[in-house]
Design a protein around this ligand. Structure first.
Ligand code: DX5
Ligand code: ZN
Length: 214
């Protein structure tokens, strides 16, 4: 299992310490949640913070943009050194064009779906994306309850990807812990994002190791 801890739940007064912990841990990626207060009802952090994390991070950055018009920021995200750029399907009118420009900028292109957006909306783009991120909570906040429908949705997405012969990975974000994570692994998830479950734990490194072993 690929594990992508969400820095949204990190201690922003001690970011260095938390980034170092992730460097030492078995985490695969750093999940960075950018919110604009328009696409989601919250504001998190932006490019100066991502740039600072990037100078210390020893693993790929998985940037999740919960913003309107993410296509405007492809080159700025690329300049952070990000490996993966996640854009919401709901925020992209010309999703095909956005995906192509992310790839042309040298990043992996990931499309994120809100809980109410069906996987069928990706049928005509599934061969072009490197990853699909399914939101298992309504985006905007850490620490929310896992939406149970995500398990069946993951199975439907797995079937669609396999049928199309696509190499897209499936990543899940929101309410992930060892219990939901185990069921997501069984349903076909390749990558798990976890914020509060990792950073709220007494021993975050062992929590990451347990998720990794799912
Ligand atoms: C929510 C963010 C998530 C969030 C997950 O909008 O996209 O990445 O940090 O937090 P947990 O794991 O606490 O649900
Ligand atoms: Zn996220």
């Amino acid at each position: 299992m690929i594990v992508s801890p969400s820095l949204l739940s990190a201690d922003f007064g001690n970011l260095d310490r938390d980034v170092e912990m992730l460097n030492r841990s078995e985490a695969d990626w750093y999940h960075l949640d950018v919110m604009d207060g328009v696409f989601v009802p919250n504001i998190s952090f932006g490019f100066p913070v991502i740039d600072a994390i990037a100078t210390k991070a020893k693993k790929p950055l998985d940037v999740h943009l919960m913003i309107v018009n993410p296509d405007k920021f492809v080159s700025r995200v690329r300049d952070t050194g990000a490996a993966i750029m996640n854009v919401h399907q709901e925020a992209c009118i010309h999703l095909n064009r956005t995906i192509q420009s992310i790839k042309a900028a040298g990043m992996k292109a990931a499309v994120t779906l809100n809980p109410a957006t069906p996987v069928s909306t990706l049928e005509d783009i599934i061969g072009d994306v490197d990853m699909v991120l399914l939101m298992s909570v309504n985006p905007g906040f850490g620490g929310q309850k896992f939406i149970e429908n995500t398990i069946a949705k993951t199975r439907r997405l797995r079937a669609m990807i396999d049928e199309a012969g696509s190499k897209a990975l499936i990543e899940i974000d929101g309410g992930v812990n060892l219990e939901t994570g185990a069921r997501l692994a069984e349903a076909g998830a390749d990558a798990l994002v976890a914020g509060s479950f990792v950073f709220g734990a007494e021993h975050p490194e062992s929590v990451i190791a347990s998720l990794k072993a799912l």
